[in-house]
Design a protein. Structure first.
Length: 192
């Protein structure tokens, strides 16, 4: 399967440094920021993020001159990973492909909540990311509907709102969240 060029992929590629050592630091900072935002929300310390990444604060600021730049880059990187995940699961059976992608989407929602606190929905990057995510995940639902394994009386927005609502709830642990999501997806499955 050939990769579909999603607009968010262009944003991610344009922001990522080309030198190998700089790209390694950039990737480490994104991973550390993702982890810190999941743990502490949008108030995560930039010094802590740099420490987690194993770089100095100057390296963080060289890559992300403002906190907003860091938030946008983490968000774009997460959506880009969602788009790639849609391509990776596209060869699976329709229902399996859809649920595998939604599982990845539910994990992404943890980071999105923290980033959303810092950015507004009307920013250009949010629109580009939304368009890319719909272009990647929407066809998975449509394919499952055509195969008769997903309800035909819903659209992709309905599905994402349901999963986003579930993931916004506090759970005792990931296993409980996964059970609740599985129960909800049983309601999406056709013929059940």
């Amino acid at each position: 399967m050939t990769a579909t060029p999603f607009p968010v992929g262009e944003i991610v590629a344009a922001r990522r440094p080309h030198r190998k050592d700089a790209a390694r630091n950039y990737d480490a900072l994104l991973a550390a920021a993702r982890e810190a935002f999941a743990e502490h929300g949008s108030d995560a310390s930039l010094e802590d993020i740099a420490r987690r990444a194993g770089v100095g604060i100057g390296t963080l600021y060289r890559n992300f001159p403002t906190r907003r730049d860091l938030f946008e880059s983490v968000y774009a990187d997460e959506v880009n990973a969602l788009c790639r995940a849609a391509e990776e699961v596209a060869g699976l059976e329709p229902w399996e492909a859809l649920t595998a992608w939604l599982d990845r989407f539910s994990g992404y929602m943890v980071t999105k909540r923290a980033v959303r606190e810092a950015l507004n929905d009307e920013s250009e990057i949010f629109q580009t990311c939304r368009d890319s995510m719909y272009a990647a995940g929407g066809p998975l639902l449509e394919r499952a509907q055509r195969a008769g394994v997903a309800r035909a009386d819903m659209d992709f927005t309905d599905l994402l709102r349901m999963v986003a609502g579930i993931t916004a709830t506090a759970f005792d642990d990931d296993a409980q969240r996964d059970r609740v999501l599985a129960i909800a997806l049983d309601g999406v499955r056709a013929g059940r």
